[in-house]
Design a protein. Structure first.
Length: 274
């Protein structure tokens, strides 16, 4: 795994006293084209001290890297998303393997399974998932996992093809059960919650978040998707990760600032950042 020397915390905390990490955001997407610099400044003002920028467009797998190279508080990851499994090629795998050598490229993903739609075919998604697990293992990188309506298969494939790597990863935008979270924890994964944990009907997610050891918890935005309750219907952005911390505070019987500090520390520790 590459290492990076930048600290997560440089400068004073935001006015609300929280120092935050957005463990999953798609900064390269077109939704940010008109105000990307201002969006990043708002994140800093909100207390965001690190972002893991995730590239998933198979035609632009390197798109998150310029953010990491241009900002010492942003890091990069990329992978072929399961909904793009039909576009997985050897050339794209070769590009990902090259990116994996960059010191600010922290993880392979997001990868996984998504059975919400009929396509791509499940057997193709599974093959591409297994191939990328092998490539990530060879690169010595943890994985960022996407799983939607596919938990049984996803966990079974991880158990068979990933558990022995010892590299772990992140269950991004977790939507599973408490038992599924525990199976992931047993394989060395951190569990990350996004803006949907703030939705009134998402009590199941809040119960899962309450059950997970604090040292295994992360928060994220999945920007530009899944804006938190107060921003629903609008574009999401990294500054709103504060709303996830504010929701999880009462769930954990902790001040939101403690949730923010713990999840920031978990991110730094998992990726061995300074």
């Amino acid at each position: 795994m590459g290492t990076a020397s930048a600290s997560l915390s440089d400068g004073a905390p935001a006015a609300g006293g929280m120092e935050l990490v957005d463990s999953h955001a798609h900064l390269d997407m077109a939704e940010f084209a008109d105000d990307r610099d201002a969006m990043l400044e708002r994140a800093r003002e909100a207390g965001v001290r690190a972002i893991l920028a995730i590239a998933v467009n198979p035609d632009a797998l390197a798109a998150s890297l310029p953010f990491a190279e241009g900002h010492d508080w942003i890091y990069s990851a990329a992978g072929v998303h399961p909904q793009e499994a039909e576009l997985a090629t050897q050339a794209r795998y070769d590009e990902l393997s090259r990116l994996a050598q960059h010191p600010r490229f922290l993880a392979w993903g997001e990868i996984g399974l998504d059975y919400h739609y009929e396509k791509p075919p499940r057997n193709l998604q599974q093959r591409v998932f297994i191939e990328q697990l092998g490539l990530a293992r060879g690169a010595g990188l943890p994985v960022v996992l996407h799983c939607r309506d596919a938990w049984d298969d996803c966990l079974a494939l991880l158990d068979e093809h990933w558990r022995g790597s010892g590299l772990g990863g992140i269950f991004h935008c977790f939507t599973g059960t408490v038992e599924q979270a525990r199976r992931g924890l047993d394989m060395g994964f951190l569990i990350s919650f996004a803006g949907n944990v703030t939705y009134p009907k998402a009590q199941n997610l809040r119960e899962a978040a309450a059950s997970i050891p604090l040292e295994s918890l992360l928060i994220e935005t999945d920007s530009p998707f899944l804006a938190p309750q107060g921003q629903r219907g609008r574009r999401n952005e990294p500054a709103y990760v504060a709303e996830v911390a504010k929701t999880l505070g009462p769930v954990r019987n902790l001040p939101p600032a403690e949730v923010a500090a713990a999840t920031s520390g978990n991110f730094r520790r998992f990726f061995k950042l300074g």
